[in-house]
Write a protein of this length. Structure first.
Length: 281
């Protein structure tokens, strides 16, 4: 019996460089015949009596295991005689199908679902920049302008000065959103368009100096960073709709206001909105 080995003297032995296997006598020195360096055994070429005996023992154990396990295995291997529907034996009663509970006609039905909220406008547009709500909103917008993404510093400065020096500013329309939603619904688009075409708003649109600032909000539930991104997407959606579906040509800015309780501190879901404000510098 001999063994196969490899030399790892790659810099001084041709056999090692080629990766050739060397047949070596296990009873002799385990060295490379080419360079005389020590070699590593990779496999044996002889079978050996010891291996044969070991294999016989393994095969015998497997056979015995199968023989003694056969009665137990047969319990789980039962051939199917009929794969169709069960047929009742003659003379036996066929069980009746249980129809389940029956409901009377006077059973009270579930209350109708409330209609989803739609875009709304204040009864009267208040452009008084000194009012409590407008003053608070203006201060919040000024804090958020510096965090606006995808806008140059020069445009941030222009928007900041427009809001800060506004001679009039007021809320025009509020657009609600469902939880997690960032796009205005198709049903709200014609309502928004109608609100933006009312005479009081149209007069603001006809003034080229009027800037429309869309504030996106999210309810305070969940992660603040995620809510900030959601509020930005809501504001972006309204700006896109105003431009593409409502024909608004004025300068518009979308500002993410993030998580908020400003709209309604008691009903948090009412903070999932976007507000359209008119700013006249």
């Amino acid at each position: 019996m001999s063994v196969k080995a490899k030399c790892h003297n790659y810099t001084g032995c041709l056999l090692a460089y080629r990766g050739e296997e060397i047949e070596v006598d296990p009873n002799g020195p385990m060295v490379c015949p080419d360079c005389g360096k020590a070699v590593t055994v990779v496999r044996s070429t002889g079978f050996g009596i010891g291996k044969a005996i070991a294999w016989l023992i393994v095969l015998a154990a497997i056979g015995a295991g199968i023989y003694f396990a056969k009665p137990y295995i047969s319990k789980f291997i039962t051939p199917k005689t009929n794969t169709g529907e069960a047929t009742p034996t003659p003379g036996t009663a066929t069980p009746k199908e249980n129809p389940g509970p029956k409901f009377s006609a006077d059973r009270p039905s579930a209350p109708p679902a409330e209609p989803p909220p739609t875009a709304v406008a204040p009864a009267k547009i208040d452009l008084n920049v000194s009012s409590a709500v407008t003053s608070r909103t203006r201060d919040d917008v000024l804090k958020r302008i510096g965090q606006m993404p995808n806008i140059t510093q020069a445009n941030k400065d222009k928007l900041y000065l427009s809001v800060q020096r506004a001679r009039s500013m007021g809320l025009l329309v509020t657009v609600p959103f469902a939880s997690g939603s960032t796009r205005i619904t198709p049903a709200d688009i014609p309502i928004l368009k109608e609100e933006l075409e009312k005479p009081a708003v149209q007069q603001l649109r006809d003034d080229a100096t009027t800037v429309f600032v869309v504030l996106g909000y999210a309810d305070p539930k969940g992660d603040d960073k995620k809510n900030l991104a959601i509020s930005q997407q809501r504001a972006d959606s309204i700006v896109e709709t105003m431009r593409d579906k409502c024909g608004v040509a004025n300068v518009m800015h979308a500002v993410a206001m993030g998580s908020s309780k400003l709209i309604d501190a008691n009903n948090l879901e009412k903070n999932r909105v976007a507000e359209i404000w008119a700013v006249r510098p």
